[in-house]
Design a protein around this ligand. Sequence first.
Ligand code: CUA
Length: 329
Amino acid sequence: MRARASAAFGLAVPAIATAACSGPQSALDPHGVEAQAVATLFWWMTLAGALIWCAVIGALVYAGRRRRRVFSARAAGRIVLWAGAVTPSVLLLILLGYGLALMPDLRPASALTANDRLHVEVVGEQFWWRVIYHRPDGPPVVSANEVRLPVGTRVAFSLKSADVIHAFWIPQLGGKMDMIPGRTNRFSLQATRAGTFRGPCTEFCGPSHALMAFAAVAMDEEAFAGWLEREAGPAVRTEGPGLDAFLANGCGACHTIRGTPADGTIGPDLTHLGARKTLAAGALPNTEAAIARFVAAPEAVKPGARMPAFGMLPEREIAAIAAYLAGLE
Ligand code: CUA
């Protein structure tokens, strides 16, 4: 009875554990070449681990049965040698070899010399992401808190940090890699299917580490080219009471809105804020109300955020700023 119960438990645990095999942040639902390799390795290791576990438990049950056969010392020695040393070593060597064989795919040398292709620079900051698209034909395109890439093209990433160690990971596409102050880490990703994924910061970087995320969007080549062209352009609205309030309160000292006098580079570029999937690096939905809430009290949404609070402004002024920013698609 007890054996049956433990067998049921043994089956239930993996069933529960694999219930989260999909979703926007699951490495087991790969949409990229690198993530596919990692997922394949994971399933092989799980299978091999399960087989070894079954063999060990089988041996344990066999050894614990009531009537035991007596082994000679020589036979016992052979069992220990083959089952205890040779077999595990060979299995581990096979898995190690398989893992090493996958590595050239995960860190292609082409990522370092991809002059002719798209190169995305991502800088981790407390607690957001500066994203710069370096195009082969045109000036860099500065954005923030969202990473877009074309399906089917290998995209080179250079990863940096402005303050402490962060880590960049898009579980469904591949990664992850640390962003270390004073250093540039490089890798590349290739999306195989379109979709929107979540990229979390995966190195503890301060009180809002868990609120530091970005949306990663893999788009068809043509849609991506169109998006990048729009993203490179100036803001769609370059006048109005919302912008006046934005500038009068000094927001332009930290934020850039291209096409307006706001040209600060301390905080995220807001030129096309309204078109982004999330607000405040994945912390809030991108709505007018959320923008107003964040402007009034950033610290309440993201503890440790460097943006000063503007809650002292009249409500209608904050509302005007929020309406303007939400309209920047
Ligand atoms: Cu940035 Cu954790």
